[in-house]
Design a protein around this ligand. Structure first.
Ligand code: MG
Length: 107
């Protein structure tokens, strides 16, 4: 997958979500996606605990690695959807942050 395909998917999903949840109100859309990101982070946290066998037996018995992968994807997709709602260019932000992080190691 290339970043341009992913960005195209985000634009398409943004349109579908606006239509599905009638969130023409930008403020509500941003809040909904920020809350959704929290939900997805919680789900990823749950899978991380399962991966480390740090949950009660009933949950560990149901643990599947595919769900861990799915939750990583949910967090990334939801982050990009939130950025889309806020007109944030994540690709540019990541490039700038990578430069900043790399600088830390040049001292
Ligand atoms: Mg999820």
């Amino acid at each position: 997958m290339q970043i341009k395909d992913f960005k195209k998917f985000i634009k398409k999903e943004d349109k579908r979500l606006k239509k599905r949840f009638h969130t023409e109100d930008k403020g509500k859309r941003i809040l909904a996606r920020a809350v959704k990101l929290s939900e997805e982070l919680g789900e990823l946290s749950d899978e991380v605990l399962g991966y480390n066998s740090m949950q009660r037996k009933e949950k560990l018995d149901k643990y599947k690695k595919e769900e861990l992968l799915e939750e990583f994807a949910d967090v990334v997709i939801t982050t990009f959807l939130l950025a889309e709602a806020m007109n944030v260019n994540v690709e540019k932000a990541i490039k700038n942050k990578m430069k900043k992080i790399n600088k830390r190691y040049k001292k």
